[in-house]
Design a protein around this ligand. Sequence first.
Ligand SMILES: [Zn+2]
Length: 121
Amino acid sequence: MDLYLDRLLNLPNTTVESFTEEENKITLKLRFLQDEITCPHCNTHGGKLKQNRPILIRDLSVFGKIVYLNTPRRQFYCQHCQRHFTEKLPFVDWERRYTQRYEEYVYQRVQSAVWSRNKSR
Ligand SMILES: [Zn+2]
């Protein structure tokens, strides 16, 4: 949608299709640029897209607003080994509902809280 927004988002092969804004929350609807991916079972490239069930992923806040990514959750069928598989998201750990950079941020916040508590003893 918007090259600048995609650049700010800074996620591989991902574009922002649209966004909605509520009082203190921004939701970015994402689209992946690759239509074909590699099957994790047999490493053949070019699985067929079967379905997409988007999920909401928490990302870092911007401008004081909470950010959610409406992220495609794509399921593919591999014609080579005849198995289904779900696409792995490069910026989210498996079965998590937040981005790796959000997780990193929370971790650092906790670390610095522990650090300043120890210091004040
Ligand atoms: Zn396969």
